[in-house]
Write a protein that binds this ligand. Structure first.
Ligand code: GDP
Length: 446
């Protein structure tokens, strides 16, 4: 996900990094390369123009050209621009509007068929359940025959009740009965799965408008497929004009998405991107953080999300320790091994790996390089605990032994240690950076 965009943008920085002074021409070259990268990522042309113009304007100022490290200053500008194009600085703009426990909150899920609407309804329900709420899934997609069944199966998997009426024709009536059921069963949130079509049409919009009138939803979330690029933003715009939206969920963010949808949405629709779907499983669902995604695009990884995700699987204490270790540079090879094993337990492997600083470019689409991971695990397992606790003691004799034990070569062992050292430095910066303030951006990839 996003790796092509990431590779192209970080490549554009070669025009401005590693120089003590940079010229306006250097900036123009870098911006031109970024422009091509954005267009290839299927970002809307209007958005690209705005991005390019505002970046050039800011980057050509005295602050950059005269600064001690102009390359880093330039990267910081691109980072900040990416963040602002991805979303609002204020996180409350992305928070769901949820009512108190005594008043039922209604969430209407909208979207075209195949966008991932039904799956996302279940994912959202699971998330709210984990937050202590009592959600109900209401099966109001009466057009797609399998939708009701799919929702029932998903609800069963995650332990969430599903209200359905077989053979029903009127989604408004189904909702009204779901509301009665909710009141009788102390439900505090109703997530309504609505009808979808392959394309936007008047009949669908009319039905959704009727449903909206009755439901009076607190949230109207459009589920859009990030694989469709900038047309996801166009679809969102139409839904917003016809029905009105409070936010967007971008699905399939784990797949080969080029980034066009995420980067175009806010400018085209003015609506916040609230969540991303990052896999097929109910837990593959993340709140959207513009700064973290910008970090991923710039190859800086997303340690914060990784730690958060880890918290769901590893126990809380362990995860906190991990974060502290990252900050203090106490992160050891032993921690890496623990992390590698934990990653195995977590949802989509690819989306997890891409959160690790510098990993983006290294992941091929077809093969997530499970072989490489296995190799890393083999090398780490062939070390003694003492070695993993302090990699500095691993001199040439130990390296040969580890290589023999893991069925790899001395060069591979050396490479892993080198990679680890870089990763650790990067983690420290990222961990600090995530607490506010911008870290001095490291050499992007390793
Ligand atoms: P609907 O027609 O909009 O209700 O779409 P579905 O919820 O049935 O989803 C369509 C397909 O996309 C299903 O095969 C889902 O498993 C898949 N899907 C949904 N969300 C995601 C996601 O975030 N990542 C991936 N990889 N697949 C997803």
């Amino acid at each position: 996900m996003l790796e092509k965009l990431s590779a192209k943008i970080t490549d554009a920085f070669r025009f401005v990094t590693g120089k003590s002074t940079i010229s306006e021409k250097n900036i123009e070259d870098a911006v031109e390369a970024i422009k091509m990268a954005l267009l290839e990522a299927d970002v809307n042309l209007r958005v690209v123009r705005r991005f390019v113009n505002s970046t050039i304007e800011e980057a050509k100022g005295e602050k950059v050209l005269r600064s001690v490290d102009p390359g880093q200053q330039f990267i910081k500008i691109v980072h900040d621009k990416l963040v602002s194009f991805l979303g609002d600085a204020d996180p409350s703009s992305r928070a769901l509007k949820l009512r108190g426990p005594d008043v039922i909150t209604n969430i209407l899920m909208l979207g075209l068929q195949g966008s991932g609407k039904t799956t996302s309804a279940a994912k959202l329900a699971l998330r709210l359940k984990k937050e202590g709420r009592k959600p109900l899934l209401a099966a109001c997609d009466l057009v797609r025959p399998a939708a009701m069944e799919q929702l029932t199966v998903l609800g069963g998997q995650i332990g969430i009740p599903v209200y359905r009426e077989d053979g029903a024709k009127d989604s408004v009536k189904v909702y009204q009965n779901a509301l009665i059921f909710a009141k009788q069963n102390l439900i505090d949130t109703i997530i309504v799965d609505t009808t979808g079509r392959l394309q936007i049409d008047e009949i669908m919009m009319a039905e959704l408008s009727c449903l909206k009138e009755t439901v009076k939803p607190d949230e109207l979330l459009l589920v859009a497929d990030s694989m469709t690029g900038q047309s996801a933003a166009d679809i969102a715009k139409t839904f917003d004009e016809k029905i009105g939206l409070t936010g967007v969920i971008l699905t399939k963010f784990d797949s080969d998405t080029r980034g066009g949808a995420a980067l175009s949405l806010k400018t085209i629709t003015g609506k916040p991107l609230k969540f991303t779907g990052t896999g097929e499983k109910p837990e593959d669902f993340e709140p959207f953080h513009p700064d973290r995604i910008a970090g991923r695009i710039l190859g800086m990884g997303d340690v914060v999300s990784l730690v958060e995700k880890a918290q769901e699987v590893i126990d809380q204490k362990e995860a906190l320790e991990l974060q502290k270790k990252m900050e203090k540079e106490n992160f050891t090879l032993d921690d890496w091994l623990t992390q590698l094993r934990a990653v195995k337990k977590m949802g989509s492997l690819q989306s997890m790996l891409e959160m690790i600083p510098g990993m983006q470019g290294q992941i091929s689409e077809e093969d997530i390089d499970k072989a490489e991971l296995k190799k890393q695990e083999a090398i780490l397992s062939s070390m003694t605990r003492k070695e993993r606790a302090n990699h500095l003691i691993i001199g040439p004799p130990r390296r040969s032994r580890i290589a023999r034990g893991s069925g790899t070569s001395v060069a591979e062992v050396a490479r892993l240690i080198k990679k680890f050292e870089k990763m650790r430095g990067m983690m420290k910066k990222m961990a600090k950076g995530s607490k506010g303030g911008m870290p001095n951006i490291p050499g992007m990839s390793f």
